[in-house]
Ligand binder design. Structure first.
Ligand SMILES: [Zn+2]
Ligand SMILES: [Zn+2]
Length: 124
């Protein structure tokens, strides 16, 4: 094929945006594709970016986290309240008990969530 802009020059690729043939002189290498003009390069980059984001949103080709985010949240709560509880235990016994109890409850909810997610095979 011949370059769309330079007659006589053989093409090395096809513009990702408009589909015109480009030669070595006018091709803009985007890494993932080639474009004929700067405008086409911008457009192709935008579409590429959308595809990349789309892949992330739908979880295509990326390793999913083993632990659901909800479980991680409760684990953090549990660690936080347990930590505070242990600290408060030295200051005021009553408050420490309450916080430690809340921390333990958070760990329990995290465990329940993990069990449920494992059964359903849900990843969210
Ligand atoms: Zn183009
Ligand atoms: Zn050309």
């Amino acid at each position: 094929m011949e370059c769309f802009t330079h007659p006589g020059s053989s093409s090395v690729g096809i513009c990702k945006t408009c589909g015109k043939a480009v030669c070595r002189t006018c091709a803009i290498d985007l890494g993932f594709a080639v474009a004929c003009t700067q405008a086409c390069a911008t457009e192709a980059a935008a579409i590429h970016e959308m595809n990349q984001r789309g892949k992330k949103i739908y979880g295509i080709g990326v390793a999913r986290p083993k632990i659901p985010s909800g479980v991680i949240m409760w684990l953090l709560f549990g660690a936080l309240f347990s930590g505070f509880g242990a600290f408060a235990w030295f200051k005021a016994r009553d408050l420490g008990w309450f916080l430690l109890l809340f921390g333990a409850a958070s760990f329990f909810v995290a465990w329940l969530g993990y069990r449920r997610a494992k059964d359903v095979g849900l990843q969210c």
